[in-house]
Design a protein around this ligand. Structure first.
Ligand code: SAH
Length: 385
């Protein structure tokens, strides 16, 4: 089997290895696809032609790509593939939220959720099978960690959702925004997340603007630095606590990267962005734990000077979590204190909870959970494949 190794110069974070028998073109961004075509003696512009076929027209059969020569179509089908995930379950909630359980080739499953709103349709995409970070209130964390998703497996979620939503032939069922807020910690799967985000933003693929793609992190500080240097997009930070003592308990990655470092990284991220942007902070409201007026006041002090969109998330309970949802009164009082300080604050509506599609309810099905601790202890940012 001939293996052509290629480093993409214009794209320093990416090392692409082409195995000419199995290259899945679905997961290659434009630079990688151009390099792929050059590696088989073709012109670079084939990349944008093929991207359009795959991502905009939804075509996965090379024979249908009628602006490619017959020879090239044959060569592509012999040397590469366009391989999507398998839809194992497809559920629609009373509120229109749609959730897919997607099966990977190794038997693992992940979940992807589409959330329609009046003026937009948001796709919540997974980045890993399970999660290693073990946040105490998150059911994905309880499942343990198995592995990173490949770029193809990440973008396949967008591909499948676009196709399946289009088949509904209903208004308002189009993906206008993507949030990397499904299963996993995207910044611990850095390279594959970035490749997938590039495809989401490419005009020859999904054409989403940088304001419409959000990467969410529990606070992996070195990877946040790298993200700011790599690409413009929206950043969301899962904060959930206003002091280290509580955050260590709720979001254990805080023991490694405490609040002071996290806040400094947020400030640097904002400075690096080309456009004026805000950071979305996510704050899950846990009854009696982090929802008191003094927490709100602490939050205001903590985020001083950072352009903020505050997202208060009512806790979505699951069996054995040990937490309960803050009362409406507590959430309102908390929001009012933040609001009075001038902070833009929204309370996230719980969506799709009847099909377990709400925040923190994504669980998938994991074949081997034993890797959680190994993964968490040795984060080598951006090196994972
Ligand atoms: N690992 C990344 C991406 C996951 S995003 C991150 O932490 O940002 C998923 C969001 O839902 C996070 O803000 C997470 O903290 C929140 N969440 C997890 N469990 C939840 C629950 N049971 N109820 C409400 N929100 C939850």
């Amino acid at each position: 089997m001939s293996v052509i190794q290629q480093t993409i110069e214009s794209n320093p974070v990416q090392q692409v290895v082409f195995d000419n028998k199995t290259t899945n073109l679905l997961g290659l961004d434009r630079a990688a696809l151009e390099a792929f075509f050059e590696s088989i003696g073709e012109k670079k512009f084939r990349a944008t032609q093929v991207m359009k076929w795959i991502h905009q027209m939804g075509v996965t059969d090379f024979q249908q790509m009628n602006n490619l020569s017959k020879d090239l179509r044959r060569q592509l089908s012999e040397t590469s593939c366009i391989q999507n995930l398998h839809v194992a379950k497809d559920l629609i909630s009373k509120d229109g939220t749609r959730k897919w359980l997607l099966q990977l080739h190794d038997g693992n499953n992940i979940e992807t959720v589409f959330i329609p709103e009046d003026d937009r349709g948001t796709l919540c995409v997974s980045s890993q099978v399970g999660c290693a970070l073990d946040c105490s209130f998150c059911s994905t964390g309880r499942q343990g960690f198995n592995r990173n998703l490949t770029a193809a497996e990440i973008i396949s979620q967008v591909w499948l959702a676009s196709q399946l939503l289009e088949e509904e032939k209903k208004p308002g069922r189009k993906i206008t925004n993507v949030v990397m807020m499904g299963m996993g910690e995207p910044l611990l799967n850095f390279d594959n997340t970035i490749t997938a985000v590039r495809i989401m933003m490419d005009d020859f693929a999904y054409g989403l603007s940088k304001r419409r793609v959000t990467v969410s992190t529990a606070g992996v500080v070195p990877a946040m630095e790298r993200l700011g240097d790599t690409l413009d997009m929206r950043l969301a930070v899962s904060l959930h606590a206003t002091n280290d003592e509580l955050r260590n308990e709720l979001v254990p990655v805080n023991k490694k990267y405490p609040l002071k470092e996290l806040m400094a990284a947020c400030r640097r991220f904002i400075d690096k962005q080309n456009t004026r942007s805000r950071i979305t902070f996510e704050y899950v409201m846990l009854d009696g734990i982090n929802d008191k007026p003094e927490h709100a006041r602490e939050l205001i002090r903590l985020l001083k000077g950072i352009p903020t969109l505050m997202n208060l998330i009512p806790f979505n309970p699951f069996e054995g979590s040990g937490y309960s949802t803050s009362s409406k009164k507590a959430v309102t009082r908390f929001r009012e204190i933040l609001h009075a300080s001038g902070m833009t604050t929204v309370v996230r509506k719980t969506r799709g909870d009847d099909i377990d599609a709400a925040c923190g309810q994504l669980a998938g099905k994991i074949e081997d959970k034993s890797r959680r601790h190994r993964r968490f202890e040795e984060p080598r940012f951006g090196m994972e494949k």
